[in-house]
Write a protein that binds this ligand. Structure first.
Ligand SMILES: Cc1ncc(C[n+]2csc(CCOP(=O)(O)OP(=O)(O)O)c2C)c(N)n1
Ligand SMILES: [Mg+2]
Length: 317
């Protein structure tokens, strides 16, 4: 039985009803990212300070003179989210030591889009993780620089059409493979790395709660479906997230102290990626050969991941 399909039945008892990101923000209709941020806030609770890069979530939530945030929230530059979050963490520690603030635990969170995490904020993120700060960094990956007009990033998947990598007579759109950011963070040997998707809210909340409970750096990579940039209907965010997981395009897993575990939501047998590509205008131009080429890569990557999670026996059988 799939728990998400029975969401109405018991989710209200399991998910905190308090909203720390209020309604009235200006996200596009059908934005999965704003749902993801709401879930993240529910899991984090009030004792949280968030440093947020520029990007959709900053633009839609903090139109002067209003704010949708009910937790302390700092808008920082594109490059330095993780640096600011690590400074806040160190500052809180010092204030607590000097008795200048209550002795209560406050979790510091850095958040940014794929551009702000995988490209422009990467150096600051790598440094903060390596220094071992007690913080969570969450990448909200909508697979392009969306709020400035759908430009490609290193998170844009192969074959997607964007305004700076447009599909046409001479190009299939994005010509590079998506950067494997969770793996790069695993290579930092931090205590916890996980992938999440708001189409799986209970898995999402559990992983954020786990990251919160860890004293040290954690990295969460969130699949954030964007109807506007992906050229798909605004009612499709949840089903698209599920298809991304079911096709293996975005596997749900966690890595705790180097130990990989696939989420129980991962199907034993993957659906073909064409099911996921079909409802999205950004992939509409792809030929069957191009889809095959991408399918092969997705299959290989998923097998590699399963091996790491010891779902497959080691060896060549
Ligand atoms: C150094 C710098 N370069 C460019 C910009 C302009 N800019 C603001 S938001 C943004 C796109 C952000 O993309 P991403 O991080 O993926 O977040 P999204 O908008 O997709 O949520 C850009 C290019 C900036 N603010 N600072
Ligand atoms: Mg983006």
């Amino acid at each position: 039985m799939n728990i998400v399909e029975n969401f109405d039945l018991f989710a209200p008892r399991l998910i905190n009803s308090k909203e720390l990101l209020s309604s009235g923000h200006r996200a596009c209709s059908g934005c999965a990212e704003v749902l993801a941020v709401r879930l993240m806030c529910k899991a984090l609770g009030e004792n949280t300070v968030i440093a947020s890069a520029t990007g959709c979530m900053e633009i839609v939530s903090s139109m002067f003179p209003t704010t949708a945030w009910r937790v302390p929230w700092i808008h920082v530059a594109f490059e330095n989210t993780a640096a600011v979050a690590s400074g806040v963490e160190a500052g809180l520690k010092a204030l607590r030591r000097k008795g200048r603030i209550d002795d209560r635990y406050i979790k510091v969170v850095g958040m940014a889009g794929d551009g702000g995490t995988m490209d422009i904020g990467f150096q600051a993120l790598s440094g903060a993780m390596e220094r071992g700060h007690d913080m969570i960094f969450v990448c909200f990956d909508n697979e392009a620089y969306m709020n400035t007009g759908i430009q490609r990033s290193s998170g844009t998947p192969m074959g997607a059409s964007t305004t700076t990598a447009p599909a046409g007579k001479v190009s299939m759109g994005q010509k590079t493979w998506k950067k494997n950011m969770p793996e790069i963070l695993v290579a930092h040997e931090i205590p916890y790395v996980a992938t999440v998707c708001p189409s799986y809210p209970l898995d999402f909340i559990r992983k954020i709660e786990k990251a919160k409970s860890i004293k040290g750096p954690s990295y969460i990579h969130c699949f954030s479906m964007c109807p506007t940039g992906w050229r798909s209907p605004s009612h499709s965010a949840i089903s698209m997230g599920r298809l991304a997981v079911e096709t293996g395009v975005f596997p749900l897993y966690e890595v705790e102290h180097g130990h990989y575990r696939l989420s129980p939501d991962m199907p034993k047998k993957l659906k073909p990626i064409k099911d996921y590509f079909k409802p999205q205008g950004r992939f509409r131009h792809l030929t069957p050969d191009e889809i095959d080429m991408i399918q092969q890569r997705v299959t290989v990557e998923f097998v590699k991941l399963k091996e790491k999670a010891k779902f497959l026996k080691t060896g060549n059988e």
